[in-house]
Write a protein that binds this ligand. Structure first.
Ligand code: ADP
Ligand code: MG
Ligand code: ZN
Length: 561
């Protein structure tokens, strides 16, 4: 829109005139835009990424005062000094000031002479301060170092909990903006919840760093892969994350035994040993760190050339945080996720182990599901990642991720998709992947027979494939968004509206074909691009007759299942 464009032009001008910078950095522009549109905003950016400007520029453009909540007196003073030097009207209030000085500044704010007022969070707990603030027009409350609100963070500060009640006490709700460099899932959850951000726009930058080559490898012999990779990258520092202490110890022993200078890190080790190992890694005395996710918080090592995930992490936030420890110096680095279906079981087990209330648990399952989808996707992994975090991207595939480097051709899988989707539809969307695969395989499994699924026209339609291959194909369709899995321990496969389009014949399904292999028998059995032997044409007829029926039913009801 024109007015929005105008405001962003103004923002750009201010950046040049006051700060002398020609352009916004990655992420800054989106955050500024979001705040200027009046949206609650959570900005996550690495340290030094330029978070201050994200609220300072809007502060100059918004009508009213921006109250900046900042944790340290020294930080506050530095920032305000910098702003006033640039000619931007700003002030701070803290315990170093006399009551009179405080009053002078509050009056100035009330007269509209300040664009920014910096305060420590403790001040928000004071009744008199709240009353004074109610007297003026606060356009925005910007919470810096917002992770301090979370007990999971490294510097929890009780008074950050006063932010939400303070904002609620104001006669007019300001825009709420929160900034931090910490993107762990727990801290993110806490920031959203405890600061009570309302339908916030979330911007995470510094994730899709284009020096990182992302890979998801399925079906590798993980142990062999790790041994080979580390020996091929002998002189380079790297981190290998494993889900359990047992795997960490096992890999560590093997690497040591093969002569690799490896260290290890997990919560089961004595504090001293952990500290020593961490130090040795930081100073390049050891090359490979094998660790659980306990390793890495607050570690700033710039020359990590690769991060290998021996197991799929529990969600994208955790993955990005861990993988993002590679290549901080901007040099090309690898982030490799070794995925196996067993990882899904492990993560579900961990969720079940952890006693937590319903919503939280559902949320964990939802996030796990998104992580699984990432592991199955054929799309550019950088797209998938950036989209997950709502980061804008330029629609150009990265060219270096495992999807982009995949040279296999795309194959039309519409027919296979239709068979699977119609089977799910006929099973009333009440069963999990394994059961659907069983029916398609033509399994004699008791549950299949008890439900009478052996009389479905899709029964045994994919009998030339293994149940595992069929399951993988179904999971691929989940990853691609045609199907969803319900939440909980026993997820049920359901059709998404887009799958209904496929059933209606309104949409094609394309997938990667396997690379041509000399022995065609084996190639047709490969996962993903596998073609289904549809068997005798009589069966075919029945299924397509069924499809016609389904199409008709769908057209009549138009209530998408
Ligand atoms: P953070 O709070 O995210 O750690 P700061 O806001 O302190 O980062 O900014 C870090 C440095 O980057 C500062 O010196 C700042 O002036 C500079 N900076 C911020 N935005 C830009 C930009 N668009 N162009 C150039 N330098 C910038
Ligand atoms: Mg900062
Ligand atoms: Zn890519």
């Amino acid at each position: 829109m024109d007015t929005e464009q105008l405001t962003m032009d103004r923002a750009q001008q201010l950046l040049q005139t006051f700060y002398g910078y020609p352009d916004f950095r990655e992420g800054q522009k989106k955050i500024v835009e979001s705040l200027l549109q009046g949206e609650d905003t959570l900005g996550i950016m690495p340290t030094g990424g330029g978070k201050s400007i994200c609220y300072q520029i809007p502060a100059m453009l918004l009508t009213g005062l921006t109250l900046v909540v900042s944790p340290l007196i020294s930080l506050m003073k530095d920032q305000v000094d910098a702003l006033t030097t640039m000619g931007i009207p700003a002030a701070y209030i803290n315990s170093s000031l006399s009551g009179k000085e405080v009053n002078v500044r509050i009056r100035a704010a009330q007269r509209g002479e300040l664009k920014m007022l910096y305060v420590a969070p403790e001040r928000l707990e004071l009744d008199w301060f709240r009353d004074e603030m109610a007297e003026l027009h606060i356009a925005c409350v910007a919470v810096d170092e917002a992770h301090c609100v979370s007990q999971w963070g490294h510097d929890f500060r009780t008074s950050y909990l006063a932010v939400a009640p303070f904002v609620a006490s104001l006669p007019r709700r300001p825009i709420l903006a929160a900034f931090t460099a910490t993107a762990t899932p727990e801290v993110m959850d806490d920031m959203l919840r405890l600061l009570r951000l309302q339908e916030p726009a979330i911007f995470v930058t510094g994730l899709g760093r284009d020096n990182l080559a992302m890979s998801v490898l399925r079906g590798e012999n993980k142990r062999e892969y790790v041994m080979n990779y580390t020996s091929q990258h002998e002189s380079q520092p790297g981190i290998i994350y494993a889900a359990t202490r047992k795997d960490v110890d096992d890999l560590y022993d093997r690497l040591r035994a093969s002569g690799v200078q490896a260290g290890r890190y997990h919560a089961g080790l004595p504090d001293q040993e952990r500290a020593d190992n961490q130090e040795a890694f930081l100073y390049d005395d050891i090359r490979v760190m094998v660790a659980t996710n306990a390793f890495g918080m607050g570690i700033d090592k710039s020359n990590v050339r690769y991060v290998i995930h021996y197991n799929m992490p529990k969600n994208m936030e955790a993955y990005v945080q861990e993988a993002g420890r590679a290549g901080r110096d901007g040099e090309p680095s690898d982030c490799i996720l070794l995925f196996s279906a067993q990882d899904i079981m492990t993560q579900k087990f961990l969720i079940e182990q952890n006693p937590q209330e319903g919503d939280r648990k559902r949320n964990e399952y939802r996030k796990l599901q998104q992580m699984i989808e990432y592991c199955y996707t054929h799309r550019c992994l950088r797209f998938a990642m950036l989209e997950y975090f709502g980061e804008e991207h330029d629609q150009k595939p990265c060219g270096i991720c495992s999807s982009c480097r995949d040279e296999r051709e795309l194959t039309d899988m519409t027919k296979e998709a239709q068979i699977i989707f119609s089977c799910i539809y006929r099973m009333r969307e009440r069963f999990g992947v394994t059961m659907v695969a069983g029916v398609l395989k033509g399994s004699q499994n008791k549950k299949v027979l008890q439900n009478g699924f052996d009389s479905l026209p899709t029964y045994g339609m994919m009998r030339t494939q293994t149940e595992k291959e069929i399951s993988e194909l179904i999971n691929t369709f989940v990853a691609e968004g045609y199907l969803t899995l319900s939440e909980g321990q026993y997820p049920v496969v359901k059709l998404q509206p887009i799958a209904v389009d496929v059933l209606k014949g309104q949409m094609q399904v394309m997938q990667r074909a396997p690379l041509p292999v000399a022995a065609s028998a084996s190639s047709s059995r490969r996962r993903g691009g596998s073609t289904v032997d549809l068997g005798p044409s009589a069966v075919n007829e029945t299924v397509f007759e069924q499809l016609r029926l389904i199409r008709r039913e769908l057209a009549q009801s138009e209530k998408v299942p």
